[in-house]
Design a protein around this ligand. Sequence first.
Ligand SMILES: Nc1ncnc2c1ncn2[C@@H]1O[C@H](COP(=O)(O)OP(=O)(O)O)[C@@H](O)[C@H]1O
Ligand SMILES: [Mg+2]
Length: 322
Amino acid sequence: MIEFKNVSKKYKNGTHALENINLKVNDGEFVYIMGPTGSGKSTLIKLLDGEEVPTAGSVTVNGINVGRLRKSKVYLYRRKIGVVFQDYRLLPEKTVFENVAYALEVLDLPTDKIRKRTREVLKLVDLADKANVKPRELSGGQQQRVAIARAIAKRPTILIADEPTGNLDPSMTDEMITLLEKINTEEKTTLLVVTHNDVMVEYHPKRTIRIDSGHIVNDGSRTLSFYKQNLGEVKGEAKKQEPADAAALKQETEAQVPSAEEKQAQAALENAKHVKDDGAVKYDERPIKERHLSKEEAQDEMINEITMQLDAIKEISEGGRE
Ligand SMILES: Nc1ncnc2c1ncn2[C@@H]1O[C@H](COP(=O)(O)OP(=O)(O)O)[C@@H](O)[C@H]1O
Ligand SMILES: [Mg+2]
């Protein structure tokens, strides 16, 4: 499940790319994201794959608070997220097979598993017969399919495609969307598809989230009731999470931490000394207990770590992402 809660993103230059986004996407959904250029679509994707962190609010994916991932752990998280870029980003000197297999080699999988899975996804995208050619010998649509095969090889739970029909012949649109639908059903992958393509949305209607100037202006009619229902659920959950003795517990905790606000300000100052900035992301690599985190922040970070460790254990026990 993907959940954006009161998410805003303001870039360093002052641009408010997203403002107060609330959004829930359930496992297995297929969602279009539409909106004019500059409306915030790519920013939404970057918040999802951990390239950017929200200025306010939280982005949670399968229990992981993405904005609070430590930089050294982002790559682990990304194993679960496949992204198909508009410009494909294939390796020109490698064959189709090698391009796909490469995505699995970096996961340190045994060779036989890599070969098996590579053959499987190439078959899925209908390129089994092109395994040994170089990308330049392929049409645009075929190259796009290699990019898709590569993105899904690692069995991501979410596949994000940025303008998958942007560079395609209109006649290829239908084929592409049919393939994405197949991945959605056969691989049980959640699909987020950024598109300008009205034809696609018209002939393959799905939940459509429309963004304009950083705001969600519409969330597809088909699932509007579903969306409302989910909002209700969120409110219900919030209430449920407040057990009878929560107030007492809160008081007790606060009693141990006198002048909470002052302490928080002090902690922020202290933390700021350790924050590194690589130009794109601000991060702090110290272990959780060495940092001055609020209870909520520390909990989020610990949940992130535990969730990822559990994922790793699950993978090992399943014999390595078979
Ligand atoms: N790295 C960045 N630094 C500053 N502003 C940015 C950056 N990336 C995007 N923006 C701005 O944020 C807004 C949303 O951009 P973006 O998310 O790329 O929109 P879209 O993908 O819908 O075209 C635009 O005004 C864009 O200029
Ligand atoms: Mg964009």
